[in-house]
Design a protein around this ligand. Structure first.
Ligand code: BTN
Length: 148
């Protein structure tokens, strides 16, 4: 009887500890978004800085799409898991810049998902065209197994 009580006590402690544990979401790795764009994020350093590469599936230009570098920052107070982050893609094939900001979530099936919003700034020749130079949108990224 005593043993059964002890067992139940330990079991309930284990279940409780599990439900309190933070849902871990890591940025490092390969991702694809809802447009089919592919992103690789290399190691996140101690300060939360990271770099990577981005291959967009679409462009606002008529230029040939090429892989482009990205630089980002992960929020350092990541003790609760599911951290916020931001990164900039400096397009190698156009005059534009895109900034993304988002959060790394673990969904109800345990899958990591990056929910982001972005601003794409295109270059215009004339200040009169400034009003139409910025696009805004959302992208949802899911992890893909690394292709070497
Ligand atoms: C450009 O057209 O000047 C550069 C490419 C922009 C691609 C945009 S960035 C936001 C959105 N998400 C993507 O994955 N691609 C588009």
């Amino acid at each position: 009887m005593m043993q059964a009580t002890l067992f139940l006590l330990l079991l309930s402690l284990a279940v409780g500890a599990h439900s309190l544990s933070p849902r871990r979401c890591k940025l490092t790795g390969h991702w694809v978004n809802d447009l089919g764009s592919k992103m690789k994020i290399s190691t996140v350093n101690q300060d939360g800085g990271f770099s990577g590469s981005y291959l967009t599936a679409v462009t606002a230009t008529n230029n040939e799409i090429k892989e482009s570098p990205l630089q980002g920052s992960l929020q350092r107070s990541n003790a609760k898991g599911q951290p916020t982050f931001g990164f900039t893609v400096n397009w190698s094939f156009s005059d534009s810049i895109t900034v993304f900001t988002g959060q790394c979530f673990v969904d109800k099936d345990g899958k990591e998902v990056l929910k982001t919003m972005w601003l794409l700034r295109s270059r215009v020749d004339d200040i009169e065209d400034d009003w139409k130079a910025t696009r805004v949108g959302i992208n949802i990224f899911t992890r893909v197994q690394s292709q070497k």
